[in-house]
Design a protein around this ligand. Sequence first.
Ligand SMILES: Nc1ncnc2c1ncn2[C@@H]1O[C@H](COP(=O)(O)OP(=O)(O)O)[C@@H](O)[C@H]1O
Ligand SMILES: [Mg+2]
Length: 282
Amino acid sequence: MSSGSLTPRGAEVLAVEGVGVRLAGRDVLRDVRFTIRAGELTGLIGANGAGKTTLFRVILGLQGPTAGGVRVGGGARSRRDPPIGYVPQKFLLDPDMPLRGRDLVGLGLDGHRLGITRPSRRRRELVEAMLGAVDARRFADARVGQLSGGEQQRILIAHALISQPKLLLLDEPLANLDLRSAQEVVTLLSGIARERKISILISAHDMNPLLSVMDRIVYLAGGHAASGSTDEVVRSDVLSELYGHHVDVLRVHGRVLVVAGTGDDLQAAREHASPASAIEIV
Ligand SMILES: Nc1ncnc2c1ncn2[C@@H]1O[C@H](COP(=O)(O)OP(=O)(O)O)[C@@H](O)[C@H]1O
Ligand SMILES: [Mg+2]
């Protein structure tokens, strides 16, 4: 190890241990457990309503679990933990708000403090370096609400990274991006995980844009999670168990599709119609 301050690759950064969350009388998460190690890029995959945002809120300490707990950096959550970087799912930026991309990145240095912070040379240098790291210099002076979805994501990633977290959570960062911007953001995040040795957890309802970069997948369905390598998890037997009914995993043109078709549905389809009527993308 060259420096004592670096987290050695492979050290545990996050452990989710048997987390259960009950909301409005319903078990949204049940006995969710997985570990994330330094420098790993993990995809948190699940359909809408699977509990991805809820799990992020538990990891961030914003939502208390009904069962289980979370360890960050090898210990129980505490105030002295290194910050966790977070890019929330719903981040509405008004087009007319007089805030430049570089201002928003700078706000990431202020942590929980609110108010006017005196600009300093050091601060400007940090912001400039961060803008460079996410390739956002060319639009850093535009109003942030007027940037494209992909440009806003870069600014939000820089905002979350500038406090040098060891763990970065991004909630559906690809959801509103076109295919090309999504691929660019994925490439950027994968480079950041590798070069900065930080762990990144990205949630998505579609695993396909992440297939080439995920070191690990955490697949959420029916309140439960399966985790491991993509080959270990994205299999018909594992996912059928998770969903509680039969699903098939189809690989078509390099894409993975998880399709549901219960035994009954398939039987009915064979009798009455084309098999296509029995499948549904989940
Ligand atoms: N505050 C809440 N009160 C009651 N139910 C909630 C609350 N927040 C989320 N839920 C429910 O929990 C489930 C998981 O939601 P969420 O974590 O937002 O899923 P995802 O992010 O995967 O789309 C959904 O059924 C949602 O309606
Ligand atoms: Mg969500």
